[in-house]
Design a protein around this ligand. Structure first.
Ligand code: HPA
Ligand code: ZN
Length: 326
């Protein structure tokens, strides 16, 4: 079986990581102090005690309020820098990182502070840590389609700093079709497209059908319940689409790592990948997710090597950069 040393030493790409989900209790307290924000919690233990949930909705109810401490360009820089440092130490060579501009602009934080702070961290990390990284703007699917459209237009001056557009937050009653117009516009702007099709949501197989047949995505986030429909599995495999799976996150949100489904798809030749989602909240960064899945599913070294290869193949690196890892 693959040891933690073997997993950490394996070059990996992380493709499903919410920057706001990397806010560790220590940094939350520091940023609150720096920004003069009064928190109800005074210690790391007290903050950690609030990082408690058993469903997507109860997770999101903790996740958004915690972001109030993020105010300035420097705060966003510090958050992304801390993640990239940690990821590089676990063998991540490339990261494609989600961020939620509406969770900040809706509090009065300028779009520019968010994107320039995060971007500056990607530039510094490339120079000082040797890790490449890119930003994916996510629409919050429980906000309106109009708000998504406005957010997309706000991104245009920063087009070169953003590789793609995604869709996250509460999936219930918020299908991909709600955002069809903004995704079409995003594609015109040259963005890559991906969407969360979460695993515990009623009707999510219909959402997977929509992203494949109606929207035309370049990747699917989570998406493991595609196994329910062999026709859709064939479509995913034939198009070479990556699925960005997050086993430890799954185990929190649904009580099930979905190891059976992930391994089933791996054996069927689908480009499944392993990722951490919101590591500060779920208690495992990417290496911990590989370890948890390997232990649960009895994976071999060859299996984890294949998962790591998939992570580069499913990435949005250009072919020359991919070739360095494959
Ligand atoms: N699903 C939906 N929204 C999210 C997630 C997730 O896993 N993480 C952060 N926002
Ligand atoms: Zn996610």
């Amino acid at each position: 079986p693959p040891t933690p040393e073997f997993i950490a030493g394996l070059p990996k790409a992380e493709l499903h990581l919410h920057l706001e989900g990397t806010l560790e209790p220590e940094l939350k307290l520091q940023l609150a102090a720096r920004n003069g924000i009064e928190l109800d919690q005074k210690s790391v233990e007290e903050v950690r005690a609030t990082y408690e949930f058993d469903s997507l909705a109860s997770f999101l109810a903790v996740y958004y309020p915690a972001m109030n401490v993020l105010q300035t360009e420097r705060d966003f820089y510090d958050l992304a820098h801390a993640y990239l440092q940690r990821a590089a130490a676990e063998g991540v060579r490339h990261a494609e990182m989600f961020f939620d501009p509406q969770a900040h602009t809706s509090r009065g934080v300028p779009f520019e502070a968010v994107v320039t702070g995060y971007h500056r961290a990607t530039v510094d990390a490339r120079d000082s840590l040797g890790i490449s990284s890119a930003l994916i703007l996510c629409f919050l699917r429980d906000h309106s389609a109009e708000s998504a459209a406005e957010t997309l237009e706000a991104s245009v001056p920063f087009r070169d700093l953003i590789v793609g557009v995604g869709l996250d937050s509460d999936e219930r009653d918020n299908p991909p079709s709600k955002f069809a117009e903004s995704f079409a516009r995003a594609r015109e702007l040259g963005y890559r497209l991906t969407m969360h099709c979460d695993i515990d949501q009623v009707g999510s197989i219909e959402n997977i059908r929509q992203v494949l047949e109606d929207i035309g995505v370049d990747r699917i986030d989570h998406g493991t319940n595609v196994v329910e429909d062999p026709r859709l599995v064939d479509a995913v495999r034939e198009r070479g689409l990556g699925l960005t799976c997050c086993p430890v996150s799954n185990s929190f949100v649904t009580d099930d790592m979905k190891a059976t489904e992930i391994v089933d798809l791996l054996r069927q030749g689908v480009k499944v990948t392993v990722n951490s989602d919101d590591p500060a909240y779920f208690g495992a960064y990417v290496a911990g997710n590989y370890e948890a899945l390997a232990a649960k599913a009895g994976l071999s070294r060859d299996d984890v090597v294949q998962l790591a290869r998939n992570s580069f193949e499913a990435s949005w690196l250009d072919d020359a950069d991919k070739a360095r890892y494959l």
